[in-house]
Ligand binder design. Structure first.
Ligand code: CP
Length: 313
């Protein structure tokens, strides 16, 4: 693996899931692999899980880790050929090359603006680092994707499924703030590559990018969509058509124990209790969100392992 910026960078999904589950049993067996190698993590946005689990994963492989909250540094310029006589102090061309001298792998998180769809979809921050850095790049959630989360989710489903081809439903749920599409996009990508019976349910008008959902069955009525589901993956996303707007906060879309029935409840966290989902679900055995969060370490660890192995080739 040369980089992990999207799920397409995984060639053999089943194998990587299997290897991640094995790593979880013996997390330190490859601790020599990352010796004298450094992971630099750049955060343009806040994180709890991604930050801690990726650092833990790197340390399990024996790597050194350096973290930079980009907001603590100066403002980077991303436009080419610009006269930098305003707020920006350093061009990403220079910064990415400099960081590459300190890092063997660079991981970065940069959320979308949710105001300029075209710019967000160009993945200008992530792709600038891919272009100008000379070391592998890992996406820790970008404008349009969260591939480490999606790998985690696939690992969790593989661990918990009780039938060969489980029914998995991605459901929209209400949230007071405008949230990105990244987690939903990557989950859709991942489920479309997995051997699952996959569908999406959301209010009318909350369609995700059709280039991503393609021919996935889409429903608009939650109770019917959840029938016989094995896993219900819940996420809010803001409007994609009326880009970044919150047009619906219908509390009827909140996940309840009754609606969930026998399905496992999945969510990437953080979750707003009693807005997205009621306490009775999160505090029950149906919820697998803590196991999911734990699997973030092994998703990051298998990705870093593949990148390190490629460095030494
Ligand atoms: N799920 C997830 O990416 O969590 P954080 O935003 O806390 O990293």
């Amino acid at each position: 693996m040369k980089k992990y910026t999207n799920i397409g960078d995984i060639l053999n999904l089943e194998e990587i899931i299997h290897q991640a589950i094995e790593l979880k049993k013996t997390p330190f067996v490859f601790e020599g692999l990352g010796q004298h190698k450094t992971l630099v993590m750049l955060f343009f946005n806040a994180s709890l899980r991604t930050r801690l689990s990726t650092e833990k994963a790197a340390k399990n492989l024996g790597m050194n880790v350096m973290v930079l909250n980009v907001s603590d540094a100066w403002k980077l310029e991303f436009e080419d050929g610009v006269v930098m006589d305003l707020n920006t102090t350093e061009h990403v061309k220079d910064a990415a090359q400099v960081i590459s001298q300190y890092a063997d792998v660079i991981a970065l998180r940069a959320f979308p603006s949710l105001t300029d769809k075209k710019k967000d979809e160009s993945e200008w921050i992530l792709n600038s680092f891919v272009e100008y850095a000379s070391v592998p790049i890992v996406n820790m959630e970008s404008a349009t994707g969260h591939p480490l989360q999606a790998l985690t989710d696939a690992i969790t489903i593989a661990e918990l499924k009780t039938k060969k081809r489980p029914k998995v439903v991605l459901s929209w749920a209400p949230h007071p703030k405008a949230l990105p599409h990244a987690v939903a996009n990557s989950f859709v990508h991942m489920m479309r590559r997995s051997d699952v019976d996959f569908s999406i349910v959301h209010p009318k008008g909350y369609e995700l990018d059709s280039a991503i959902t393609k021919d996935t069955p889409i429903y608009h009525e939650q109770i019917a969509a959840f029938e016989d589901a094995d896993f219900v993956y819940v996420k809010n996303w803001s409007n994609y058509i009326d880009y970044g707007k919150v047009l619906n906060n219908d509390t009827d879309w909140k996940i309840t124990k009754e609606k969930l029935a026998n399905a496992k409840f999945m969510h990437c966290l953080p979750v707003r209790r009693n807005v997205i989902v009621e306490d009775a679900v999160l505090d029950s055995d149906s919820s697998v969100v803590i196991q999911q969060a734990n699997n973030r370490t092994y998703a990051a660890q298998i990705v870093l392992k593949k990148l390190l192995e490629n460095l030494t080739k």
